[in-house]
Every structure is written in C-alpha cells, then in structure tokens.
Design a protein around this ligand. Structure first.
Ligand SMILES: Nc1ncnc2c1ncn2[C@@H]1O[C@H](COP(=O)(O)OP(=O)(O)OP(=O)(O)O)[C@@H](O)[C@H]1O
Length: 283
C-alpha cells in the first residue's frame, strides 16, 4: 500500500517512496472516480453535495463506523484476465478499536487497504465514510477528505530523509496557511521523541522512525489509522512499544486497521479478521 494520504505535499513524496522501495504499491489512485462522479452529478449532486454528505455524516448516529466497506468486490482486469481480489467483503472499523487483518500473500490485503484509504474504488459495493458513500466525490474532494480523516503508517516509515522529525511530522500540513510546528512538537513529545525533534531519519532508530511516522499520521487528527505491517521492520521489544502507542491512539477514539503478518499485532488487536482468496472472515 502506498500513497500517503496524510499528506498534501507528502502525498506524492511518500507514494513515490513506496514505489521506489518496492513495498505495497496500489493501482493508480483516484482514477476510477470519474465515472462515479458523473453518475453522482447526474443524480443531482454537485460539488456542494460534499457539504450535504458531511452534514449527513454529522447527523449520523454515533455508532456509525467511521469507515466501512459495504459488500465490496474488487476485480482487476489485466492482460492475463480478470482477478477477483476481494469478494463481497463487508467490513467496518469502529471508533476506538484496533482491527488486525491477516491473510496469505495475494489474499487481497493491499487491495482492502487501498479501498479503505480511498485510493481505489470497488468494482461493486460501497466505501462509506461516517455512513456516507465515497463514490461521487471528485478527486480533489477525495484528497481533502482523506487528508482530514485517514492517517497512514507504513512498514518502511516513508519519512523524507532530508527533513527533521518535526519537519516530517508537519509535512502533511505544508499547504495549509497555519504553521503546524507546535502541534508537530506536541505529537513528537507524546510519542516520546521530545528530545529528537531535529534529528533526521538516519539519526533515529527503527522504532523512533516509526514513532515519527505515527506522529505524522496524527497531525490532521484522523478518525482512522491504516497501518501496513507497522511492526514489520521492528524487533519485538520495539514493536511492543509502538503497539502500545497505537493502543493509546485507539483509546483516544481513533479506529485502527493494521494489515500484518505479526502475531504481536494480533495480540494487541481487539479483533482479527482473515482474508483468504479475497473472502473476509473472522479469525
Ligand atoms: N493492479 C492489479 N492488476 C491485476 N491484479 C492485481 C492488481 N493488484 C493486485 N492484483 C491481484 O489481486 C490479488 C490480491 O492482491 P493484493 O496485493 O491485494 O494481495 P496481498 O494480500 O496484499 O498480498 P501480499 O501480502 O503479497 O502483499 C492478487 O492475486 C494480485 O495478483
């Protein structure tokens, strides 16, 4: 998975980093929304429809999950034929819960994260944000709502090597008029890195890098954190401390979805779901 949805300026930087380092790489993001945009406009929605959706979301019952895949099927059409990567997946993450997603290679985990991250569209079914469908939003609206709603954490951290910890954390706010330096410092202090503010990634340990990445993922106060193998590059003790941080974030009301092969993550999760050949089931 890639495409740092936390970021404005960071979007392209981290997406490029993802592709360059060979980690999960999604299909082209946001390209499939055009058809849906047209359909939505035909149904009477305009760009102002976003406000209507957001109003609907605000009115939604508190129990409405922040992010849901509603009976989602995802098929890829390629030269080698059609691959059904996800088959009728119904999944929601609630505010404050940590969900681990496990499954063998090729079972659809990246595809699921890409859909949850609004980086791709389902072939059938709906992605819902606070109960409102994502389909129909323009690319710009989708980028905005992604930045405001979803934080991303990656196995390879996806930090910009030339930037300090503070600069990396505030990067997703680079396009905003206000200076987020104070918030970035607060977040770094919260994850125990108050004494590493000016360190660049190569001056940090793996666990510290992941903490910087977690701080960055929180800079826009997301409702949901999507983590792709968050402990994949960490030793066990460091993984434990990062997961304790993740649990604290969830305790603050953030829903967390972590794709993982690591039993440690499943130990820290409230529940674990398993993908097998694109079919989701409780593990
Ligand atoms: N862009 C694409 N075009 C065609 N097929 C694809 C595409 N992306 C993924 N697939 C196929 O969809 C299926 C699910 O892939 P996905 O990357 O979601 O699995 P995964 O569980 O994340 O695997 P891994 O753990 O190895 O990263 C696989 O069969 C894969 O080959």
């Amino acid at each position: 998975m890639s495409g740092d949805a936390n970021a404005g300026a960071g979007d392209s930087a981290t997406a490029d980093a993802s592709r360059a380092d060979g980690s999960r790489s999604p299909p082209a993001a946001d390209t499939a929304s055009d058809t849906a945009d047209t359909a939505d406009t035909a149904a009477g929605a305009t760009p102002a429809g976003l406000t209507a959706r957001e109003a609907a979301a605000a009115d939604a019952d508190d129990s409405t999950p922040p992010l849901r895949l509603a009976n989602v099927t995802k098929r890829y059409e390629g030269g080698a034929g059609t691959v059904t990567a996800l088959s009728d997946v119904d999944f929601a993450v609630d505010a404050g819960e940590v969900v681990a997603v496990v499954g063998p290679s090729g079972s659809g985990k990246s595809t699921m994260l890409n859909l949850l991250g609004l980086l791709d569209d389902p072939t059938e079914g709906r992605v819902e944000l606070h109960g409102a469908p994502v389909a129909g939003r323009t690319e710009r609206e989708r980028t905005d709502v992604r930045r405001e709603t979803i934080g991303f954490v990656f196995q390879d951290f996806h930090l910009i090597p030339t930037l300090s910890a503070v600069e990396n954390v505030r990067l997703p706010t680079a396009f905003l008029p206000e200076d987020a330096t104070d918030r970035a410092v607060d977040l770094l202090e919260r994850v125990g890195l108050g004494d590493r503010l000016d360190h660049t990634p190569d001056e940090l340990s793996g666990g510290q890098k992941q903490r910087v990445a977690i701080a960055r993922s929180l800079i826009n106060e997301p409702d949901v954190l999507l983590a792709d193998e968050p402990t994949g590059n960490l030793d066990r003790d460091t993984g434990v401390s990062v997961l304790e941080e993740v649990r604290e974030i969830a305790a603050g009301g953030v829903g967390v979805v972590a794709v993982t092969h690591d039993d440690l993550v499943t130990d820290y999760a409230d529940r674990t779901v398993e993908l097998v050949d694109g079919v989701l089931r409780d593990a």
